[in-house]
Design a binder for this molecule. Structure first.
Ligand code: CA
Length: 224
């Protein structure tokens, strides 16, 4: 996931970049509107964090230009509440707004929620539905309880049916922290067992989460 951060104040831009990178995003930065649009024309971004008051071309016009070309999610950042009203009134097509000063964790939460909202749709297959935004799993409309890690594992596999994931890949996607290798296999197997117990009609003969012997797991790509 690649994010463009546009901010003329160096310290703020550096903080934004540091936190977004730490959250796993790849980050490009621009310190004025003109170079932001240049970068935008040459690269593909998943989201743009855009300061309102910028030299060269201001944030409103940068957003308008972007909207002529793309529906990429844009989060506007501004120091003044009045400006938020103005942005909304102008309907320039921003997806969200953050008021300065903001804590970096608020920025990360907003970015993640917008990416979930805009980038990921509800998966529906073989009677199972997975809603990543609301983190809800349902079997034939009946909600199922899973832990966050179990949800992440199931969602990761279900997004790419048929692709075989190794245990280490599964943990990379589903976990924030690094686990020692000896814990790893058992951990994934234990999670898969719990997921199967929760979602499979017959956990001993799973139809959603399949074991690929000697490799790992995959989500069944032949469900009807
Ligand atoms: Ca500024």
């Amino acid at each position: 996931m690649k994010i463009l951060v546009v901010e003329d104040e160096d310290t703020i831009r550096e903080v934004e970049k540091a936190y977004l990178s730490r959250a796993g995003f790849s980050v490009d930065e621009a310190s004025d509107g003109k170079s932001a649009l240049e970068l935008f024309s040459k690269n593909k971004y998943d989201l743009i964090v855009l300061d309102l008051n910028l030299p060269e071309i201001d944030g409103i016009n940068v957003c308008k230009e972007i909207r002529k070309l793309s529906q990429v999610p844009v989060i506007m950042v501004t120091a003044r509440v009045e400006e938020i009203d103005e942005i909304i009134g102008l309907e320039i097509g921003a997806d969200d707004y953050i008021k300065k000063p903001f804590s970096p964790s608020v920025l990360i939460a907003r970015v993640q929620s917008i990416l979930r909202r805009t980038g990921h749709e509800v998966i529906e297959t073989g009677g199972l539905s997975i809603d990543p935004e609301r983190m809800i799993i349902a079997i034939k409309g009946k909600e199922i309880e899973l832990t966050t890690t179990q949800f992440n594992i199931l969602y990761t596999l279900a997004k790419r049916p048929g692709k075989v994931f190794t245990r280490s890949e599964i943990l990379d996607y589903a976990y924030d922290e690094t686990l020692p290798n000896d814990v790893l296999d058992r951990t994934v197997d234990a999670h898969v067992k719990s997921i199967r117990k929760a979602i499979e009609p017959n956990p001993k003969k799973p139809k959603y989460l399949l074991t690929v012997i000697g490799k790992g797991y995959k989500f069944n790509d032949e469900l009807k």
